[in-house]
Write a protein that binds this ligand. Structure first.
Ligand code: ARG
Length: 401
């Protein structure tokens, strides 16, 4: 039987050419797999037809938007997942859900190998292949750009020579990856890290310098999951989409960073993640009133480590799973409402309320009703400083000898 290869298909030039390119190089039949994670653009049916037109023997398409929101974006929100404190892991969390569908399609269609369109310089090749190795240890991986010398120029020549139903002239100087959690833009003019991003780079966000009137929004959470906007119950996907629109209109969530790739390269990326950044801000503020201090401090460390694992392609790893369990446990009381003002590039929290809050007005107040016994502070401070005081007197003694 002819060997079968499942290809992660985007509908763009590179993966369209990859169908025939892989076929010619390996003699295998290619099955195109397109997964909708809320990247917008063309319909799955259009993409399916193009794959078949480019020579795929089968085309598998999956609307994974709700799955992506519930099982990938929401856990990232619970972790307040920001790699290097900035990047909300937009591309990093989409790879594992795509991998799940690739492996599923490989089983359905009897494929032995999975192919993807990544280069050999980035993180995504690692995320795809580590994910595939983990979920389908018997499956082989191939990356035509990296392993079969499929350069851009060759892709254009191939598409023209074979008359593939794909545009070869549209010239976008940037490499873009987008989904409902955000959008990543790199290469071209941005590779000079002193160059400021030009306006044409942005799509999810309007220019924050000229914002419309301020927009006040109330986001409701249940155990860390966003469940409503302005009192209207919504799925996690719909909450993210709604905030992408409203925070995006105010220019919230533009990020310009040089980040550390897993492969050792520092690279410049522009992100826009209006919904994600508004949600992470709101979620963090709700945690501030509902999570006990020591648990909250430790959770910040866990969230950072979690983000590194996810960035580094370890979504399906045992450590990531253990950290998920910890994070999930911390969300038990993260239920309540956050009011925030979206305006001029900022999402600023202005109020919070929760039936499971740890905020105690009577302990906090400086007015009448104060129940805090200030006389206990003196002894507490004495003991709190004791070990440093003992060490300091030793230091002075030694220095004086
Ligand atoms: N640097 C980001 C990451 O590694 C995004 C990668 C994809 N970016 C792109 N513009 N194609 O997760």
């Amino acid at each position: 039987m002819t060997d079968r290869i499942v290809l992660a298909y985007s509908g763009g030039l590179d993966t369209s050419v990859a169908i025939g390119w892989i076929g010619e190089a390996t003699g295998a039949e290619v099955i195109a797999v397109a997964v909708d994670v809320g990247q917008g653009g063309e319909s799955l049916e259009t993409i399916r037809q193009r794959a078949l037109g480019c020579g795929a023997v089968e085309a598998y398409v999956a609307d994974a938007r709700e799955e992506f929101a519930d099982e990938y974006c929401v856990p990232t929100l619970k972790a307040n997942g920001l790699y290097q404190g900035h990047y909300p892991l937009v591309s990093a969390i989409s790879r594992p859900v795509i991998v799940k569908h690739l492996v599923k399609a490989a089983r359905e269609f009897g494929a032995t190998t999975v192919a993807h369109g990544c280069t050999g310089k980035g993180n995504d090749q690692v995320r795809f292949e580590v994910g595939i190795q983990t979920l389908g240890p018997d499956l082989k991986c191939i990356a035509p750009v990296r392993d079969l010398a499929l350069t851009r120029d060759k892709a254009i020549a191939f598409a023209e020579e074979k008359g593939l139903p794909i545009e070869t002239t549209a010239k976008n100087p940037y490499s873009i990856d987008q989904n409902v959690w955000g959008r990543a833009v790199e290469t071209g003019y941005l590779e000079d890290i002193w160059n400021g991003p030009t306006k044409d780079i942005y799509d999810y966000t309007a220019t924050p310098e000229f914002p419309p009137a301020a927009d006040e929004v109330i986001i409701s959470f249940e155990r860390g999951v966003p469940v409503a906007v302005d009192g209207v119950k919504l799925s996690a996907l719909a909450v993210i989409q709604e905030l992408n629109r409203r925070a995006g209109a105010q220019g919230v969530g533009r990020i310009d960073v040089v980040e550390d790739r897993l492969v050792g390269i520092k690279s410049r990326e522009i992100y826009e993640a209006p919904g994600a950044m508004a949600l992470i801000t709101a979620h963090k503020h709700l945690e501030d009133i509902t999570i006990e201090r020591e648990q909250a401090r430790f959770k910040a460390t866990v969230g950072q480590r979690w983000s590194e694992l996810v960035y580094d392609g370890q979504w399906f790893s045992p450590l990531k799973r253990s950290l998920d369990t910890f994070i999930e446990d911390t969300q038990q009381y993260v239920t309540g409402d956050i009011r925030m003002t979206l305006h001029g590039g900022a999402a600023v929290v202005t109020g919070r309320r929760s039936g499971t809050s740890l905020y105690d007005f009577n302990l906090a107040t400086y007015d009448t009703g104060d129940t805090f016994d200030q006389s206990q502070a003196k002894g507490f401070i004495e003991l709190w400083g004791m070990s440093s005081k003992v060490a300091s007197s030793r230091d002075q003694r030694v220095a004086g000898q």
